[in-house]
Ligand binder design. Structure first.
Ligand code: G1P
Length: 297
């Protein structure tokens, strides 16, 4: 029987420099998408897929993330009760019950492999999800459910991927290579972190956020951490996934079905995300759409 995936790790220690000065005192993960912080959408997506334990890797400037997933204060509860705001009360109350939350402060070199070094002792011998707090990828079925289904079949690391369309994207994504074994599923044999241009890339399939990892990753990044060149970013891809593939450890890539990719970590994409999510809302969507027409015409 394949092991069930019940744990997830969210990397949330970054400074959010692309959003300064907004992120001087507020974590980028707490930027709002209408009335919820971006990180809550990621948490809800994980919970919908059956994740029970969520470890958020943070830093000293991230206290509001912990406060957000904590119980509401007595003052706020009283205020909502007295104002007869039952729906808001329920919504706000339910946040702390979404999952079992644990927080670990990030220590070590800058890069996507470091949060994993910091939480390895909490994972044990289980597969787990590792995701970023700024990649929103609404999919049908849920993206993590799609990946878990493939894990049940192959019992190895699963990387969600998308076809890259613009030349500039080759400087922003890890690019995978491998053999298509059926529609939407690739048996991987390589990954190159940010090749920079299409002609240097092994394919046009970019690896996107939300990895399903196995504990096999830990010895690779542990070993790499001891010998890391000082001027290099500690990428999970370069120091974990790529050497695993060189050692012929099985790994699959999948293109998610019915999915849309939002990288809320940059200003323009963040704005597009806000617009799309607002248009989808029943309460404000129609009025917002009418307003956009007046602005654009
Ligand atoms: C990270 C990964 C990269 C991946 C990307 C997806 O890059 O290193 O392989 O394609 O996330 O968003 P980052 O965005 O941290 O530079």
């Amino acid at each position: 029987m394949p092991k069930k995936v019940t744990k997830a790790v969210i990397a949330a220690a970054g400074f959010g420099t692309r959003f300064l000065p907004q992120t001087k005192a507020m974590p980028k993960e707490m930027l709002p998408l209408i009335d919820k912080p971006i990180i809550q959408y990621v948490v809800e997506e994980l919970v919908e897929a059956g994740i029970k334990d969520i470890i958020i890797v943070t830093g000293y400037h991230k206290r509001s993330i912990e406060d957000h997933f904590d119980q509401m204060s007595a003052d706020l509860r009283e205020n909502l009760e007295q104002g007869h705001k039952a729906e808001l009360l329920e919504q706000t109350k339910s946040i702390s019950h979404l999952a079992n939350f644990a927080y670990v402060r990030q220590k070590g070199s800058y890069g996507s492999a470091t949060p994993l070094l910091n939480i390895a002792h909490l994972i044990g011998d289980e597969p787990f999800i590792y995701t970023f707090a700024d990649d929103l990828i609404p999919s049908e079925p849920n993206r993590f459910t799609q990946m878990m289904k493939l894990y049940d079949e192959f019992q190895c690391t699963i990387l969600p991927c998308r076809k890259l369309e613009e030349e500039a994207e080759y400087g922003r994504y890890g690019v995978v290579s491998g053999e298509v074994i059926r529609e939407g599923v690739l048996k991987l044999d390589g990954i190159v972190e940010k090749p920079g241009s299409k002609d240097k890339a092994p394919s046009d399939m970019g690896s996107i956020g939300g990895y399903l990892l196995t504990p096999e990753i830990f010895p690779y990044i542990n070993k790499a951490a001891d010998n890391l060149p000082v001027d290099k970013e500690f990428y999970l891809t370069t120091y974990g996934l790529e050497p695993m593939l060189k050692d012929h450890i099985a790994m699959y890539g999948c293109t998610l079905t019915n999915s849309k990719y939002y990288d809320t970590g940059n200003k323009l994409e963040y704005l597009k995300t806000v617009v799309d999510y607002a248009l989808k809302r029943d309460d404000i969507g129609p009025d917002f759409k009418a307003y956009l027409h007046t602005v654009l015409n």
